[in-house]
Design a protein around this ligand. Structure first.
Ligand code: NDP
Ligand code: 8X3
Length: 252
């Protein structure tokens, strides 16, 4: 039977590169995201190599997620890898200046959306059992605090602990779980975070060497294609040119 990978947020960045990486390896693809035209373009590109099923899906909508999974056509139900990638950061400003709706959007997408998809796809992963994988996109922000990280970092701390707790419950089923925690990577992430400020996005990545979407896709493919008996619990990946700063001290 063919291997199927189910990717959320396949319309951009890590998700799109991950679709391309799994297609290279001959996996069938289930690709979702809200922007249908981008999914159609990806199906056009990758459908030449492997079977592709697409669906315009907002992960925040639990009923839509459930229905999309229930309606997966034959040939796309043998999900061996779920890549919970859809997510975003907003409001790169101090907590006291944030619009509450931005906090809600991050919680609804990065936490509620991720659990919606996990809950819906889990029965399919359990049917595959040994060798199946859930790969959740956490972040260095889930481990290390920084100014302006507020709810984004907290949502990724949830992803890490949810991943570890899932491992406990899935013990014995053969289904693996990994929290992949990238540092700075150049995608549309900063454009989204700044609500469309291309200059701010360009400035962040200028003069250094961020990770690329393809770098992370390679790691995602790696953890999902390891021999069945190996589970990478957490993989934290930074560009060589990114590291920690000293503690900030408030002085008179
Ligand atoms: P992009 O903005 O390039 O891609 C984000 C993807 O998430 C898009 O495909 C978008 O699709 C999708 N998405 C956002 N909201 C929703 C939603 N409500 N329903 C369905 N899909 C949604 O960013 P990245 O590729 O960089 O980010 C991917 C993941 O990696 C995120 O979880 C992010 O937090 C995490 N990450 C990113 C890092 C970075 O520096 N880039 C570092 C660490 C982690 P659409 O808009 O079409 O719905
Ligand atoms: C995204 C990476 O460093 O902006 O999760 O938090 S960072």
């Amino acid at each position: 039977m063919n291997n199927v990978v189910f990717i959320t947020g396949a319309t951009s960045g890590f998700g799109r590169a991950t679709a391309q990486r799994f297609a290279e390896a001959g996996w069938s693809l289930v690709l979702s995201g809200r922007r249908l035209e981008r999914l159609e373009a990806l199906r056009e590109e990758l459908g030449q190599k492997v079977p592709v099923h697409i669906g315009a899906l907002d992960v925040r909508d639990a009923e839509a997620v459930k229905q999309f999974v229930a309606d997966l056509p034959e040939g796309f139900r043998n999900v061996r890898a779920l890549i919970n990638n859809a997510g975003l950061a907003l409001a790169p400003v101090p907590a006291q200046k944030v619009d509450l709706t931005d906090w809600h959007t991050m919680i609804d997408t990065n936490i509620t959306g991720l659990v919606n998809v996990t809950h819906a796809v889990l029965p399919l992963l359990l049917e595959v059992g040994k060798g199946a994988s859930i790969v959740n996109l956490g972040s260095v922000a889930g481990e290390w605090p920084y100014p302006g990280g507020h709810v984004y970092g907290a949502s990724k701390a949830f992803v890490k602990q949810f991943s570890f707790n899932l491992r406990c419950d899935l013990q014995g089923t053969g289904v693996r779980v990994t929290d992949i925690a990238p540092g700075m990577a150049e995608t549309e992430f900063t454009l989204v975070r700044t609500k469309g400020d291309q200059a701010a996005s360009d400035k962040l990545y200028r003069g250094t060497t961020p990770l690329t979407a393809e770098d992370i896709a390679e790691q995602i493919y790696y953890v999902a294609s390891l021999p069945d008996h190996i589970n990478i619990n957490r993989l934290e990946i930074m560009p060589t040119r990114q590291a920690w700063s000293p503690f900030a001290i408030d002085r008179d």
